[in-house]
Design a protein around this ligand. Structure first.
Ligand code: G3I
Length: 345
């Protein structure tokens, strides 16, 4: 009786904080409700060590993007040696659970192994290096990987080409060459270009679209563009996102929202996951789904979330900040963002 009195008193004077409801309870299956693929970036260690992680990955998503294991530092750590252990394991999981695989990423300036970063050779040597890397990986999984981020993040914010190691040794034409090599390796795979801030920078987006429109005029097939969409509840707004999606689609590219997460703490403050913040996140999630469904079906390659739950997000470790950017919370419980998705898909 006394305990009850104390509790009521504390509630009255507000000393007992009811933790904000970070979950919405409802569960279903995102991909079974969606009219287009719903994807997730998978971490193999988590997939093999957490039953909750694997359950969500299996039940909620029907498209898988490997978060890191197809990147050069992991899959091609030593010149001429390819590490197929984890990539084969991921392919087995995806084929066993009938999930699409989106290959990420063949040519990037980040997560390169030391032997590539310190490689010395002629332009022809570098071209052979790039060709062998692309075609060895794509050939192994030919016909089993639906789409590839052949080149990732090759443009600067002002629309110029990033002066990456690839461009330094191969010149501006390295991008076109990469897509030609990829097309040769697997003629049926869909080939994407993937980048960030395409939804917030019309300048960058216009430069990317112009570049690949020209590449297509020279007979190189490029099927789609990945807008990573690492966004926040502060920026960009719903209308900017809509413009970006329609702009890419209007140029006849498939549209992949390829790495979606919605930060609720872009300024790195000392926050908690309040009902208000998670509500804003859910509302923006809803707006994205409403805009995406306006695209022609032929351009709806899908929406991929960059991680299963908040605890798996790259954001926390990369920016060393509190954040809750994904569909499921740290206890793998669905958040309001998830329930909004289930409601609107
Ligand atoms: O594999 C090593 C491990 O051996 C070592 O013990 C550990 C110590 O820190 O590091 C591990 O490597 C980490 C790697 O992820 C694999 O887990 C790197 O430190 C870490 O920097 C790397 O972060 C990845 C990041 O790309 C690299 O830039 C993130 O997980 C991944 O989510 C992130 O994804 C990128 C997309 O590929 C491209 N778009 C941007 C997006 C976010 O940066």
């Amino acid at each position: 009786m006394i305990f009850r009195l104390v509790t009521i008193t504390l509630l009255l004077i507000g000393c007992t904080e009811h933790p904000a409801s970070t979950t919405c309870g409802q569960t279903g299956s995102l991909y079974r409700q969606a009219l287009y693929p719903i994807g997730v970036a998978l971490d193999m260690m988590e997939l093999n060590s957490s039953a909750a992680y694997q359950a969500i990955a299996t039940e909620q998503f029907n498209s898988i993007t490997p978060e890191n294991i197809f990147k050069a530092e992991s899959i091609h750590p030593v010149r001429g040696f390819y590490n197929w252990l984890e990539t084969d394991s991921l392919m087995s999981y995806c084929e066993r659970t009938q999930k699409r695989v989106h290959g990420h990423t063949l040519i990037w300036h980040v997560q390169l192994p030391e032997w590539i970063r310190s490689f010395h050779g002629t332009k022809a040597d570098w071209e052979l290096l790039m060709k062998e890397h692309i075609q060895t990986i794509m050939t192994r999984y030919k016909g089993r990987i639906a789409g590839w981020d052949v080149v990732n993040e090759a443009f600067n914010e002002d629309g110029t080409l990033r002066n990456s190691i690839w461009r330094q040794h191969l010149g501006d034409s390295y991008i076109e060459k990469a897509y030609r090599f990829a097309r040769e390796a697997d003629p049926n795979a869909l080939l994407f270009y993937n980048d960030y801030n395409l939804e917030v920078s019309p300048t960058k987006r216009a430069a990317v679209i112009k570049y690949f429109n020209n590449v297509r005029l020279r007979g190189v097939k490029i099927d789609g563009i990945g807008l990573q969409m690492h966004i926040s509840i502060v920026h960009p707004g719903s209308s900017e996102i809509a413009s970006a999606l329609m702009d890419v689609s209007a140029n006849e590219y498939k549209v992949h929202i390829s790495e979606l997460d919605i930060s609720v703490n872009p300024l790195g403050k000392n926050i908690t996951a309040t009902t208000e913040l998670l509500g804003e996140q859910a509302n923006l999630m809803g707006a994205i789904l409403l805009h995406y469904r306006q695209l022609p079906t032929k351009h709806q390659y899908g929406i991929t979330f960059w991680g299963v739950s908040d605890r798996n997000s790259w954001i926390r470790s990369t920016y060393n900040r509190i954040d809750y950017p994904l569909l499921f919370d740290d206890n793998y419980q669905p958040k309001p963002m998830y329930c909004k998705a289930i409601e609107l898909l």
